[in-house]
Structures are given as C-alpha cells and as structure tokens.
Ligand binder design. Structure first.
Ligand SMILES: C[S@@+](CC[C@H](N)C(=O)[O-])C[C@H]1O[C@@H](n2cnc3c(N)ncnc32)[C@H](O)[C@@H]1O
Length: 233
C-alpha cells in the first residue's frame, strides 16, 4: 500500500511526463475506447453493486447523468427490473451500447450535455451519477448540484459515485495542470476535455450542502459513494 507522500510523488512525475500530451475532447475520448471500456471499469465492480443498493426501494423514476454504457444500471436493473430510467450522455456510441444490453428496459436515452439538459422541477425520485462529474471544476459542479436539487422530488435522493482527491494538494495539482493544459492548447471554454480533476471529500460535501442537500451517508470505497437527500423523508 502506497503512502500519501509516495502517491503524490508519482502523480507529480506523471503530470510532468504527460505535460505536452494534447487533451482529448470528452465524447471522442470515450467513443475511441468503447471496446475496452467495460473491462477497464471492472475494477469498480464492487462499487457499482454498493451504489445500486443505495437506490431507495420506493424509487420509480431515475435520472442518470453521464450514464455511459450503463454499468451502474446493469446492477440497478438486476435489483429493480421495472424502474424507469432517463440516461443523459454526450457520447452516442456509449448510449448505443447501453441500449444493446438493455433493449427490454424502460429507458429513455438523451444524447446531450447534462449542463444544458432541463432536469425539470421535482420530477425524479432519484438522480444518480457514477464517475462522470470529476471532469468538472467546482464552479461548474455548483451549478449542476443546484439544478439536480430542483429536479429531485422532495424526500428524493441524489446519489453520487465518484473519484475523490486524497488531499487538498492532489486537488490543486490536478486543477492547475488542467487549466494550464487547456490554456496552452487554446481550448475554447465550451469544449469538454477528458482530464480528471476530483475534489476532496470535504470540498465535495460542502458543494452538495450548499445546493441544499443533506448528506446522509458516505461509503468510502474504490469510488466514493455519497447519498444526499432533499428535505425530510
Ligand atoms: C467514466 S464514464 C462513466 C459512465 C458510467 N456512468 C459508468 O460508470 O460506467 C463518464 C461518462 O460521462 C459522460 N459525460 C462527460 N461529460 C458529460 C456531459 N457534460 N454531459 C453528458 N455526459 C457527459 C461521458 O461521455 C462518459 O460516458
């Protein structure tokens, strides 16, 4: 097991070694890796199962943000085959793979940027997202969490499964590298690129609470799982 110091040392070396590698546009990044994607993500198998177990038993309508090929939905539909899901993703190829696997399910695909998609008002029993939001700066997440808060029904949940920075130094190193690399390639503000910029657990929870959520449970697994509720049950 690596110490935090060793981990940060390796991260700094990796950032130094890859400083000149151009960033890839988000949806092409996933489309280009579609064939190996699910195998790559199998490292999070246990987290997908734990994540699915947090869906409340009474839940009927789910909004999944950045659903990709639906690895979290594989587990959720195993437990609740009738639950109705709307899945938003930028990458059409990922959505197509999801639909091939689950042609018999109640699923509405939306190939769109979730910052632009209208979540509506008090429309969803649960909003979920697994391993998608760590590509965005806290300023953008703040906007997204408020939108999610409005979209969830009173008493409903937002369940976030994501990659978390081990400390403030990791968060800062990645944010600085991300901004520097966007800048050096003159990437326009409205272009999403694939680069991980996770927040610390403290920072993530503070943003969720600022949006109005009560953080009810945190499972600190390979991917952290944060269960948030809107208002009382
Ligand atoms: C690492 S994958 C996770 C997919 C799935 N949730 C899973 O765990 O397998 C991240 C997904 O988020 C999607 N994504 C990233 N930014 C997005 C945005 N702004 N709007 C919609 N989807 C986005 C990507 O296209 C990709 O499919």
């Amino acid at each position: 097991m690596k110490t935090q110091e060793e981990y940060l040392q390796e991260l700094k070396q990796w950032l130094y070694d890859t400083a000149d590698v151009p960033l890839e546009e988000m949806s092409s990044f996933f489309a280009n890796r579609l064939d190996s994607y699910e195998e790559h993500m199998s490292a999070w198998e246990k987290s997908y199962k734990l994540f699915a177990e947090e869906i409340p038993p009474e839940c009927q309508k789910i909004l999944d943000l950045g659903c990709g090929t639906g690895l979290e939905l594989d587990k959720i539909w195993q437990m609740k085959p009738d639950v109705e899901v709307t899945g938003v993703d930028l990458c059409q190829n990922m959505l197509e793979k999801l639909m091939e696997k689950h042609s018999d399910k109640r699923f509405t695909p939306i190939c769109q940027d979730y910052f632009k998609y209208d979540f509506g008002n008090e429309r969803w029993d649960a909003v979920i997202s697994f391993e998608s939001f760590h590509h965005f700066l806290p300023e953008r997440k703040k906007e997204l969490y408020s939108k999610i808060y409005s979209g969830v029904k009173a008493g409903g949940v937002f369940i976030l499964g994501d990659y978390i920075a081990c400390c403030g130094e990791e968060e800062e190193l990645l944010r600085d590298a991300y901004l520097k690399r966007r800048n050096q390639s003159d990437i326009p503000d409205d272009c999403f690129v694939h680069f991980d910029i996770p927040l610390t657990m403290g920072h993530e929870k503070a943003l969720l609470q600022e949006a109005g959520f009560t953080v009810e449970k945190v499972l600190d697994e390979a991917a952290a799982i944060i269960v948030c509720r809107k208002g009382g049950k």
